[in-house]
Design a protein around this ligand. Structure first.
Ligand code: ZN
Ligand code: ZN
Length: 150
């Protein structure tokens, strides 16, 4: 999508350089197209850039997320994952099996607009995660439905 090129241009206008580390990590995220944990990114980055340190990869990921070239998301258990920022989306994540489903941001746009109108906030948190149970896991536990209110 064109968004990345615009982001690159925007970075250059701000005087940031696209260092080999930044480019390599963007390439890794784009090639994967899905969520990657920092550990997975570090392993791949070290193949592309022998000698690159974990600290550099973490710093680069923060930079890319800050400048909206990469998206970060919490996927439960305190785990943070990264992905290329090519389109605005969110995720439904199953607490039981970890399956993730992507939902397009357009489906939440009206809701965001209402929150903004009601509160005066400008919401910029894209890439939300919603937790729940996927259909398969619901089916698996349907026999043990209890009626606890807590
Ligand atoms: Zn599940
Ligand atoms: Zn995502």
């Amino acid at each position: 999508m064109a968004q990345s090129q615009e982001s690159f241009d925007h970075l250059r206008e701000q005087g940031y350089r696209l260092t080999p580390q930044r480019l390599a990590i963007l390439r890794i995220l784009r090639a994967c197209g899905e969520h990657l944990t920092p550990a997975e990114i570090i392993a791949r980055a070290q193949q592309e850039l022998p000698g690159v340190t974990e600290a550099t990869v973490y710093r680069t990921l923060s930079f890319l997320a800050e400048h909206e070239l990469a998206l970060a998301a919490h996927v439960g258990s305190g785990q943070l994952v990264y992905e290329i920022a090519e389109h605005d989306h969110h995720h439904l994540i199953c607490r039981a099996c970890g399956e993730a489903v992507e939902i397009d941001h357009s489906q939440l746009e009206a809701l965001y607009g209402r929150f903004e109108a009601e509160t005066g906030y400008r919401i910029d948190s894209l890439h939300q995660t919603f937790f729940g149970l996927c259909p398969a896991c619901q089916a698996g536990e349907s026999s043990v439905q209890n009626e606890n209110s807590g």
